[in-house]
Design a protein around this ligand. Structure first.
Ligand code: ACO
Length: 172
């Protein structure tokens, strides 16, 4: 059976320079280009955890808080937060750095879900994840609720079965 992994084992850091071909007419990074880079970084991270081919199953809400400008350096950090049966959740943090002015701002956060598949596209089990730090334990706990929310929204889980998610809204 698959060996247990740590979140650190899947850490992936990707850098990209925003070039003219990546921007709109206001010289801002196109959202679709950033989502593409995020998908690649997250897929590499999921593959490091699974040691398998992975496919993107879903992308949670990604908000663009402020424009990223031409010439900025994008840093995308991706790490697996939790594994389930055949799927893993990957968290992404994105920063935009303007090297001449010395500024670096957090621009995006997101969660992507990947499913491990064999050469025929059949889903296969993934290794267990053992969180270690306080932050990793918090992300691990939250991953169960985020999974329930995305599966309910995708019509793949009955709301009544989303026990941990519903508990968030229960009156004490
Ligand atoms: C890196 C890339 O960009 S790859 C290219 C883009 N992605 C693709 O082409 C993927 C196309 N989609 C597929 O191949 C299929 O829908 C799959 C493999 C993702 C899921 O197949 P399904 O037949 O729905 O499989 P099934 O219902 O058995 O679920 C398998 C796993 O997917 C998860 N899953 C299915 N749909 C979703 C969803 N919308 N969101 C999150 N997880 C999902 C399930 O929870 C399950 O995880 P678990 O085994 O850990 O509990």
């Amino acid at each position: 059976m698959n060996k247990t992994k740590r979140p650190e084992d899947s850490l992936t850091i990707m850098n990209e320079l925003v070039l003219p071909n990546d921007t709109n007419t206001l010289n801002n990074l196109m959202g679709g280009r950033l989502l593409h880079w995020m998908d690649i970084a997250a897929a590499i991270s999921a593959q490091k955890h699974c040691n398998r081919i992975v496919v993107t199953a879903s992308v949670d809400n990604v908000s663009f808080k402020q424009p990223i400008k031409l010439g900025d350096v994008i840093t995308i950090e991706a790490k697996v937060t939790r594994s389930f049966n055949t799927s893993v959740e990957v968290r992404l943090d994105v920063w935009a750095q303007n090297i001449p002015s010395g500024t670096k701002v957090k621009s995006n956060e997101a969660y992507y879900t990947f499913v491990a598949v064999d050469q025929s596209g059949r889903t296969i089990p993934v290794p267990e994840l053992k969180p270690e730090t306080t932050e990793e334990l918090e992300l691990f706990a939250g991953a169960l609720r985020r999974r329930q929310l995305r599966l309910v929204l995708a019509g793949k889980m009955q709301p009544d079965d989303a026990v941990e998610l519903k508990a968030l809204f229960a009156k004490s």
